[in-house]
Design a protein around this ligand. Structure first.
Ligand code: ADP
Length: 429
């Protein structure tokens, strides 16, 4: 280990030599050890002053280093404090409401937007349990239920005229961040879009009916030179009429929150679907029916018929002559599944995710040739959503497709049980 007191390397031999020389001098002069005493004193003074000099230098060096370290530390703390302040003021001025919750769901911090959107108060609501603070509101119930899935389009507790999308984000182990986004403008735009489509479709309906009516009056045989033109005009006006009807159906389904809860007999519906498939096919396909589920559905018979027959119509339209169309109604793990399998053209995998978008077609020409509007699967999706059901598609180009509608057990009814309204507890487990 280094000694604290450092002396030049030559000093000790020099001191020793001086001491020995003083001893010799004293012996030679024979007047007592006064030269040794003087030399020893001088050496002590020298060593002490050397030590003090080094001590002072060391203390100054230590002071200097401590000062620098302190300054560095202070600069870092100032920078951290600034960053924290910036972060807080950025989060504070976010248009979304942001609330930090601790592991017990108590409010740790919230921003300005939380005051007017969630109705929190700066001084009073720090430390309160948020689900209790908002109890009685939809948001409070969602928090009390564990806030697992994001919540869409709920009225803001602090301002019921505004609509929110809310989600919970876990962070830092056991803390959570509640984010509520004001989507009032988006919702308003969406409503404007819906109203526009519905109004345009409605306005087009009457003139189209008139045009179609006059075209029906003109007999191609009376004007043979215009026969082809007339046939094309009739086909196109019929297609336009169908597009308008489908758009109106979609608008109605979009604005509807709930459908009537009727007892839909699946045996009867399956028999109707089979007849429709055979009528559409006109003997060009083999139609097979597998009705093994022996359960009925709870929902709107009109809308369910429209959705399920849409899939049959697609299977007929997109399967070449000689193909087979199988319509099934079977029990499944989730409840029951209605499916239509065809041996038709099939759909490449890249298109599957977009099939239910409005006017999305894998092949526009094939859709038009077969009288398609491009809205059928959109309607199916909406009808299924309103029945808490969903659609799955499996398809292989050149081999065929299976479109399946999966219904939960809560939607199933015993065949022949009383119609709903008399007894609401007919659902099967
Ligand atoms: P369309 O009126 O054009 O049939 P849909 O919304 O019913 O509109 O279907 C969207 C597109 O999905 C169709 O244009 C077609 O390309 C494809 N499609 C739907 N059903 C089938 C099927 N059974 N086989 C092959 N393609 C299909």
């Amino acid at each position: 280990m280094d000694s604290l007191f450092r002396v030049p390397r030559y000093l000790y031999p020099a001191l020793l030599a001086a001491f020995l020389a003083a001893c010799l001098l004293d012996v030679w002069l024979g007047r007592g050890p006064w030269i040794v005493a003087v030399v020893a004193c001088a050496q002590i003074v020298l060593l002490v002053s050397l030590f003090r000099h080094q001590q002072r230098t060391m203390i100054e060096a230590v002071n200097h280093a401590t000062r620098q370290q302190h300054e560095r530390y202070m600069t870092r703390s100032r920078r951290l404090a600034n960053q924290l302040r910036d972060l807080r003021s950025a989060a504070g001025s976010l248009p979304d409401a942001v609330v930090l919750l601790d592991r017990d769901g108590r409010v740790h911090w919230f921003n300005h937007a939380s005051e007017h959107l969630l109705g929190l108060r700066r001084r009073k609501d720090r430390g309160v349990v948020l689900s209790e603070r908002l109890s009685g509101s939809e948001l409070g119930q969602w928090l009390a239920d564990g806030a697992r899935e994001p919540l869409n389009e709920l009225a803001a507790p602090g301002d019921p005229t505004r609509q929110l999308n809310v989600m919970m984000i876990p962070f830092g182990g056991q803390q959570r961040l509640l984010q509520a986004r004001d989507i009032s403008n988006l919702a308003r735009l969406e409503k404007v879009r819906r109203d526009f489509v519905a109004n345009v479709s409605h306005e087009l309906r009457t003139p189209l009916t008139v045009i179609h009516g006059y075209l029906e009056l003109l007999d191609p045989e009376d004007i043979p030179e215009l026969s082809d033109v007339l046939k094309e005009m009739r086909a196109q006006s019929k297609r336009m009429g169908q597009i308008v009807e489908d758009l109106l159906t979609l608008s109605r389904l979009e604005t509807q929150q709930q459908l009537p809860d009727e007892h839909v007999s699946m045996d009867a519906l399956m028999a109707t679907l089979r007849k429709e498939a055979e009528a559409l096919s006109q003997g060009r396909h083999t139609v097979v029916m597998e009705n093994d589920a022996h359960v009925d559905l709870r929902g709107s018979s009109k809308e369910l018929h429209s959705a399920l027959s849409n899939l049959v119509s697609n299977a007929v339209r997109y399967t070449p002559t000689g193909g087979t169309i199988t319509i099934r109604w079977q029990r499944s793990d989730e409840g029951a599944t209605y499916s239509v399998t065809d041996t038709g053209y099939g759909i490449p995998a890249s298109h599957l995710a977009r099939l239910t978008e409005r006017f999305y077609r894998v092949s526009s020409s094939r859709s038009r040739e077969t009288g398609g509007t491009g809205l059928g699967l959109s309607i199916v999706k909406h009808v299924l959503n309103l029945h808490q059901a969903h659609m799955t598609v499996q398809s292989e180009p050149g081999k065929g497709s299976t479109f399946a509608c999966v219904f939960d057990a809560e939607r199933l009814l015993e065949p022949g049980s009383r119609p709903l309204g008399d007894d609401d507890e007919d659902g099967l487990d």
